[in-house]
Design a binder for this molecule. Sequence first.
Ligand code: AMP
Ligand code: ZN
Length: 664
Amino acid sequence: MNIREKITALRDELRGHNYNYYVLDQPTISDYEFDIKLKELQQLEEAHPEFHDPTSPTLRVGGEVTKNFETVQHEHRMYSLDNSYSKEDLEDWEKRIQRILGDVDVAYTCELKYDGASISLTYEDGKLVRAVTRGDGFQGDDVTANIKTIKSVPLQLKGDYPPKFDIRGEIILTLEGFAQMNKERLEAGEEAYMNPRNTASGSLKLQDSALVAKRPLECLLYSIVGNNLDIKSQFEVLEKARAWGFKVPTVAKLCKSTQEVMQFVEEWDVKRHDLPYETDGVVVKVNSLRHQEELGHTAKAPRWAMAYKFKAEQVSTILNEITYQVGRTGAITPVANLEPVLLAGTTVKRASLHNADQIAKLDIRVGDTVFVEKGGEIIPKIIAVDFSKRPANSAPTIYIQHCPECGTELVRNEGEAQHFCPNDTGCPPQITGRIQHFISRKAMDIEGMGSETVELLFKEGLIANYADLYILTKEQVMPLERMAEKSAENLVNGVAASKSIPFERVLFALGIRYVGETVAKKLAKAYKNIDALMVASEEELVAVDEIGGRIAESVVQFFENPTNVEIVDRLKSYGLQFSLSEEQLENQSEKLKGQTFVVSGVFETIGRTELKKLIEDNGGKVASSISSKTSYLVAGANMGPSKKAKAENLGVPIVSEQEFMAML
Ligand code: AMP
Ligand code: ZN
């Protein structure tokens, strides 16, 4: 094989693997093997720029930066869709269609309406040449560099494709991908994104395509336009697109009547909650493309298609009062206290109002009749005011200026939606919130003590911070409400026992803003003891792997506060763990750096939790389920057969307990 053939073969092979992984969700090789091959191709391409190919899988990682997205005319206009909300709407639509087409049988293709950002992809000779956003329907932005990084978008088609066509689809984020992105953001001390749809659509306009490449975006396709295409129906569009290598969901169904359409709608109104992505309805399309042509378009939308919107469950009720909650970090959340009302099977009395902007935007006032909706979230939300029912004497809501708990003037940082109370050491819910966090299971795990006990102890003046817990005596606690000698003893013993909780959890328990469990582990590992951490500068902190600017700033601020330093000093004097133990220090290494392990089954010489800790102490990562990102599956006795099969399928090496120990 000469170099050119070798490059072509590698490209084809890697395209195939991308397709299996991102379109079919059925990878056949491990990520590791994929990376090796990709690197090999990269090296060959670098050495031989004469064989450059804009559709090479090596270009998926992005890197191209677009300062201004070029405006491009759509060769075929991108229309919007008309909406319907009931069976009657749908039947009216059918009548309108019949009036134009005459007395013929009309079949419909039903698809889900994917909730993301629409995109138009142009292919010439099987290669992606352009990707343009919908824009105003006539022209959009050229976002090709960004779209190329989305792995389910084929750069090179397979099979029997026409020489030139446009294909339309929706760029989406799966719920899981979205949750993962938010988790990483929160851990990095950044604010969470609002919803998958806006995040997907915002991603398309990022200037740095390498950032787009990191987001778990997907592209689901649903329509092909072009001249002289040998396609007769919408259902065939979907099949063809799938055959050429596009990701096309298989839920689509060909229906012979609006009755069947309604069945599809009803079925998916329920099943949509199990889908990996969000959908807000069904798109019904006249199946025959000849019929579609005859029906044509209105100014805004095709006459041959209709979006059937699922109903979000909604009721109206009266807003009795707005109260304000103060959280552990001082963040203020306005809460709507509602006239109780039944919604989606539960009685709703309260709804979140999010922040001051939200109240102003909706112009919500006490006494208003409001519409309440239950979406995917647990807490219902107010979506609008019924202005026709607004009482004559109603007055605009004035957002509070002072903390409802301690009276301190509230502050609002630039760029943040929420107000907060800055009195972190004197504001009761912040004080008790911090102590409650301190004793919680993942922090100091103090047995014999719960949230109510903390409130009680605080109210009785027995504790004002978490250091005070360590000087409580049985005699002080016993006289309290619902305390007996035994429970008082348990409490005091529980506090004493927590002195052996390891450093990283003590660090987490301190409740430093943005220092969650994972960050605390990282910091403990990097600094080894609190004295080193207390004097670390922001610059030093951000140099630690995965520690961002917000976290660094917060850590420095925490230890600049003399009250916090005094409390830490007291905790030290009571004997809490403020450094990694000798044993931890001895056992730490970077031997497993960059590798991800899944642990399954029962082990002979070590418990499962200890095994996981061993992995982390040596720089490895522990994941809960096997994916192509898994480096090794550590298998004990009685491992589930499905895990084994999955690992074998993905080519993830399976190692025994002994083999794992040998790795260390
Ligand atoms: P709307 O934005 O409400 O006018 O709805 C029209 C948009 O729905 C289109 O521009 C597409 O981006 C989107 N859409 C999502 N899923 C589909 C689908 N299966 N067929 C057609 N359009 C869809
Ligand atoms: Zn306060």
